[in-house]
Design a protein around this ligand. Sequence first.
Ligand code: DLL
Length: 435
Amino acid sequence: MPWNNEFECMPLDELRKFQLEKLKETVEWVTARVPFYRQLFQKKGISADDIKNIKDIVKLPFTVKNDLRDNYPFGICAVPIKEAVRIHTSSGTTGKPVTALYTEKDVNDWSECVARCLWAYGVREHDIVQNAYGYGLFTGGLGLHQGIARINATALPISTGSTELQVSLMQDFKTSVLCSTPSYALTIAEKALEMGIDIKRLPLRLGIFGAEPWSEKIRLTIEERMGIKAMDIFGLTEMGGPGMAYECRFQNGSHINEDHYLAEIVNPATLEPVPAGEKGELVLTSLQRRAMPLIRFRTKDITRFVEEDCPCGRTFVKMERISGRTDDMLIINGVNVFPSQIESFLLDMEEVAPQYRLIVRKRGHLDKLIIQVEANKEIYAHNRAKRYETESKIMSHIKGNLGIRVDVRLVEPGTIERSTGKAARVVDERPDQLR
Ligand code: DLL
């Protein structure tokens, strides 16, 4: 049974009616309170009265990250600051951070959304949940924390870092659920091994991972190394934080909390909706947020809707796991390359560990992609010839499949910097790419 049967299993016609009502309310709310949207709607000659059907959302303008930056810090805010009870920001890897504001109701709704996720993963009152997402401005720590409190489980608010302590508390407190980025979960698993502790023998049974792209192969690696079930959680600061979408036990995509978020998938080039079931950019409209509602926010995340009913009974649409971002794509001498394509090959190879870094440099007029990847212990202990053979294997596979020539450097196990939050696997050193 879902956490909130009424909404999570709402008949579709009722759900669409509910969304329509909330969409109109949101458009009215921002028209009255946010000059940025008022002007945008005026320019398009559109108002809440033009929204007669949920599909009319396409008449509304998009919001992009730069709109938030241009209006930094509170320009898109729809309530006086005194009505806001919380401010979070995104990590701001490019320029100014993005601000997210919340009224008390917003925080409450957010906790409800996270509670639905945790419940769907099977977290219950008796669980001890070690929350290794960063607490603070990042939405992960407090976001998950509120959900844990909402379902009355026991929170261990350790935040990120102190990896040795993560392992010892996991052992001492008999943690049953771990929340972290998938890359940090791998770091924790590795540290446990170093400390001579076998996580598989601990009571840990479930991991709640998100905040960065992770492939099915990473999921299997984590599950295997920790002896747990790994579940996906999705969200973004602009929409409040984690808890926008969650897997159920069927793990065939993530249900979107559709009473709170209206999701579309558009072709990022034409901005037209993609045909049913096709991949494109996820666009989100918040339906109930008060402090900072956003209309048709372009997430840059690439996914597709799963076009089938879910046996779990939830009627919320599912999206496939995020396969990358439109701004992830590297252009190497004119060839488009997604880091996930390289990752997927590396993870298939027994000779290397799932720790790698992609470095892009300019050599003369040409781009050069260097793949640094950790050898596994046996390969590294071998003679140079064996390492060379592995490097050549990676090079020729990538040449054959992606059509680009790369440098591959097998490095010593343990030498690539470990992540405690979102992994930074791409270092683009080309002068026009430096951030
Ligand atoms: O990462 C919120 C979050 C915290 C999500 C904890 C899940 C768990 P931002 O820092 O604003 O917010 O980053 C949002 O991270 O647009 C995606 O590109 C990526 N992302 C988040 N969750 C997933 C996921 C938080 N499950 C950006 N799979 C998003 C793939 C994800 N990518």
